[in-house]
Design a protein around this ligand. Structure first.
Ligand SMILES: CC(C)(COP(=O)(O)O)[C@@H](O)C(=O)NCCC(=O)O
Ligand SMILES: [Mn+2]
Length: 918
């Protein structure tokens, strides 16, 4: 991603002051001598490529991120990728599964704002990064074993075998390690060991398959929030597993044969049973009976089958009746393939589709039944199924679920894993010592779905994508070739696989596709700095999303909103990059990629884990970043900032002429009115064509009559000003989660912050780490505050005290040194997100540190206070302020209309309070 100069243009390394460049190079050398990997760039070179022996930093296209005038700006290295990689493999009979980790060096250099925060809050994690997605990434890729050479090319092109590992550790001290070793499991680890040595010069360290399966499953179940799911009648439902209650469980791995493993803890397990009737049986018999050429083809066939033509049902024996005395319905399979005995038919008289389905049900039921009996034997309630037989196939999962449900009478539950194909490879990966990943917690992992990941991770793919250009041309080819993903998706509820396992599947359309693209695994970003927001009243039950997209009509609605917004967004994004041909091409690719994501999710809403509106909105931002659109709304934000700053002094004067009570009301009205500046809302964007920013702001303020639709202002006022003679103490520290640039932050939130400061409350402005729509970012805020501070003593002193003002303000600082000593500080922290919404289970460590002494939270805007967190409860006082800029949401959430407002206040001690709907 390119960095921004002050006029927000991308800059190249040549543009960076020589001093900065030298400083940066020195910084790298300093860090090396501090014990990190050696990676000194050769003098005078700005583009450094890997040597064959070890990875080096690639400084080409390095760019400053943030304010160019900062003394120690953050420098990003867009071309530096996968600098430290580690790889593990599971080489099976048909597929090679590859898990590799790319760790990025901490590329941020000193940042004054962060330094002062560190002093103030004592942020403990020394590993902090300014850029939330640079920690490291875990990638999941597959190849056909028959095409092992493609796999070797992939490893070689990414130099994944050169991760600096010795026999058991990574981070070997010897970078010229000739004894490089790759951990691998599966039969192919033995079969292809020589080939790996010959082609890549590496040895294979063979890991026990069962060990790996268990280690992989344990890691996934502990570290990934939406990993396990149940599957009933075509519907996935994610199950939140409490880490402390994970063990014991039964892991059923369905490969060619089936293993049943009782897992009691990390490294504690026992293979308690198994069956020789497994995936190999289905594929082998299926091949003989149907002449299918591949496993997927056989599964595909089953979707069009009717097993009643070949299975003997209870009804066939009892003249169409149920055998109700023992609880068997007429449609229950009495004997798989049993009809073939009495009918005078040959193999060719049966449809291959029916044979395939009959086989699939026979084997799935059998596995489900044996699994349940073993669970019963050991008193296990949870059974997780994995292995190549399942491969995301809806009908298989339904059948197994039904069998477990049926035999346990609902007592036990079958669960499946989203990364089920990668258990072994992940386990092999976990067997490297000292990578520390086994200690990672749920909140430190963020799964992203870059274009390519759902396809290369799921489908077996060809040569690796190198750079963005390749990705774009790949997208172009992809769209030309297969229209099924970008084609309009039918707006029908997802098909079901039938009423339980013993019935005939009622619908077997696209949603039951057996192909491997159903395995949607993204890239796991490991961000050790993320933390759970410490002020959440109950983190375990916290659910960020207010809108549940598993309701199909909701999904359909938001799908349409986002699709319709796309052309305008692409225009803005392309313009933000100068409207060049390259930008247009990227814009086009972005639109295709995002449409493909939307189509995929319409087809299978749970494809990427549990889907909420916040996830969709974040996906859009991530997709923009993937195609190198750093900040699509940058010029709009700048224009609105300038216009708002120009009228701020008049607004402050007007506010200062009021008494305390009127002032507080005016300030809250101001926040609500200014929240109208939202470039993500279609209605608002239509409005902007009708007047200038200031005209719209005036109009919006005029309409601010109370009562608002949700109006807890009186409660808030009482806490702030007291009633009668009782004057409550001010809050100690307030966290203000700010939303949009321009009027929203400058004419709305800053004046409110100023009031709090004036009353002796420390204020922390919490802003996005990365751009999203027209939201203000933590990097932009200090500049805005500095401008505002030119017109206001309170803000200036507080900003100085909070370490916000930099060199530009040094003269003013000197002039008012005495005042600044006593002022309560105004600070800025980044929230760790790049989305219009906020998931408080994963926030930056600096926000978590700032939250520790906070006793007031103000969440502002539709994304942060309505789409997410509307129902969130906090340990301290919380004020949620937003204008509802969408008619449907207004009706649904507040039983009101578009442009009505929410002022919801919940005090710390009053967790059960319900707001006053007016
Ligand atoms: C993306 C947004 C949540 C941003 O709102 P904000 O948080 O800035 O108040 C909002 O603009 C939105 O929900 N837009 C989509 C709905 C619509 O166009 O009506
Ligand atoms: Mn916003």
């Amino acid at each position: 991603m390119a960095g921004l100069t002050e006029d927000h243009q991308p800059i190249e390394i040549d543009d960076i002051k020589e001093e900065t460049n030298n400083k940066f190079k020195k910084d790298i050398v300093d860090r090396e001598s501090g014990g990190e990997r050696e990676m000194a760039p050769p003098a005078g070179s700005s583009s450094i490529h890997r040597t064959s022996s070890r990875p080096l930093l690639d400084l080409s296209k390095a760019a400053i991120q943030g304010n160019f005038e900062e003394k120690d700006p953050t420098i990003l290295l867009p071309n530096q990728s996968d600098d430290l990689s580690h790889l593990a493999l599971d080489i099976g009979g048909s597929l090679i599964k590859l898990v590799y980790f790319s760790r990025h060096e901490d590329r941020s250099v000193n940042d004054r704002r962060k330094k002062s925060l560190k002093e103030k809050f004592g942020v403990s994690n020394s590993n902090r990064r300014s850029y939330p997605i640079l920690g490291g990434r875990l990638h999941f890729v597959k190849f056909e074993t028959a095409k092992i050479n493609e796999c070797l090319d992939f490893i070689s092109s990414k130099q994944l075998h050169r991760g600096g590992m010795d026999a058991s550790h990574w981070n070997s001290d010897d970078p010229n390690n000739d004894n490089a070793v790759i951990k691998a499991t599966g039969g192919g680890a033995y079969k292809f060991a020589d080939l790996f040595k010959e082609r890549l010069g590496v040895s294979i360290d063979k890991e026990d398959e069962m060990n790996c399966l268990v280690a992989g499953a344990n890691f996934l179940l502990k570290a990934i929030r939406h990993e396990a799911f149940t599957h009933k009648e075509g519907q996935k439902e994610f199950v939140q597993i409490d880490q402390n209650e994970l063990f014991p469980y039964l892991l059923v791995n369905i490969g060619s044969g089936v293993s049943m493993i009782k897992v009691d803890g990390d490294g504690k397990f026992q293979r308690v049973s198994g069956t020789n009737v497994g995936g190999g049986t289905y594929w082998g018999l299926g091949k003989l009976l149907t002449k299918c050429k591949s496993f997927d083809e056989l599964l595909e066939l089953s979707q069009r089958g009717d097993n009643r033509t070949i299975d003997m049902l209870v009804g066939d024996i009892y003249g169409g009746m149920d055998y109700s005395k023992i609880g068997l319905s007429a449609s229950t399979i009495a004997s798989s393939f049993g009809k073939a005995i009495s009918e005078n038919k040959d193999l060719q008289d049966y449809r291959p589709e029916d044979i395939s389905l009959s086989l699939l049900r026979m084997i799935s039921y059998n596995i489900g039944q044996i699994s349940y009996l073993n669970a019963l034997r050991f008193g296990l309630k949870r059974i997780f199924f994995g292995g190549f037989f399942i491969r995301g196939h809806a009908y298989t999962m339904d059948t197994i679920s039904f069998a477990v449900q049926f035999w346990s009478k609902g007592d036990a539950q079958a669960m499946f894993l989203r990364h089920e194909g990668f258990l072994g490879a992940l386990g092999a990966f976990m067997s490297y010592e000292k990578h520390g990943l086994d200690d990672l917690m749920v909140h430190q992992l963020v799964e992203r779905f870059p274009m390519g990941a759902p396809y290369i991770g799921g489908k077996i793919h060809g040569p690796p994508l190198g750079d963005l250009n390749e990705k774009i041309s790949w997208m172009e080819k992809f769209v030309q070739k297969g229209t099924e993903i970008t084609a309009p998706v039918p707006m029908a509820p997802p098909g079901t696989t039938g009423l339980g396992g013993f019935e005939v599947p009622s619908s077997r359309g696209n949603t039951l596709r057996s192909d491997a693209s159903n395995l949607n695994v993204g890239v796991l970003h490991l961000v050790p700095t993320l933390e759970v927001f410490p002020l959440l009243a109950d983190p375990k039950t916290y659910e960020p999303n207010t809108i549940d997209l598993s309701d199909h009509s909701e999904l359909e609605y938001w799908f349409t909103v986002l699709s319709e917004h796309l052309p305008d967004l692409v225009d803005k994004a392309v313009a933000s990059e100068g409207g060049t041909d390259d930008a247009k091409r990227r814009g086009d690719a972005f639109a295709r990629a995002f449409s493909a994501h939307l189509a995929r999710l319409m087809e299978d809403p749970a494809a990427y884990g549990k889907l909420g509106l916040a996830d969709l909105l974040e996906l859009r931002e991530e997709c923009l970043r993937e195609f190198y659109f750093a900040d699509a709304y940058r010029s709009i934000k700048q224009r609105e900032n300038e216009a708002s700053l120009a009228v701020l002094p008049d607004l402050l004067m007007e506010i200062d002429s009021m008494n305390e009570e009127t002032r507080l009301l005016t300030l809250i009205e101001g926040v609500l009115a200014a929240n109208i500046f939202d470039w993500g809302s279609r209605a608002c964007v239509d409005l902007y064509h009708k007047g200038t920013i200031i005209e719209i702001y005036r109009m919006s303020r005029k309409k601010m009559q109370r009562p608002w639709r949700v109006d807890d202002f009186d409660l808030f006022k009482e806490r702030m000003l007291g009633s009668g003679d009782k004057k409550p103490p001010p809050h100690k520290r307030a966290l203000l989660f700010v939303d949009n640039s321009g009027a929203d932050v400058i004419l709305g939130m800053l004046p409110l912050a100023r009031e709090l400061l004036r009353r002796g409350t420390e204020v922390v402005l919490v802003a996005n780490s990365l751009p999203a729509l027209n939201d203000v970012t933590a990097i932009e805020l200090p500049g805005i505050v500095a401008e505002a501070a030119k017109h206001c003593d309170i803000l200036r002193r507080a900003a100085e005290a909070g370490g916000l003002l930099v060199d530009a303000m040094i003269n003013i600082q000197d002039a008012s040194k005495e005042n600044s000593v006593s002022a309560v500080p105004l600070m800025v922290v980044e929230n760790g997100c790049g989305s219009p919404c906020i998931d408080l289970r994963q926030v930056s460590s600096e926000l978590a540190a700032a939250a520790k002494d906070a006793d007031l939270i103000i969440l502002e805007g539709m994304g942060r206070a309505l789409h997410t967190n509307f129902n969130a409860r906090f340990k301290c006082d919380a004020l949620k302020l937003a204008m509802v800029k969408n008619q449907r949401l207004a009706e649904k959430l507040i039983k009101g209309n578009i442009y009505e407002c929410v002022c919801r206040y919940e005090s710390a001690g009053d967790q059960n309070s319900s707001s006053s709907f007016c």
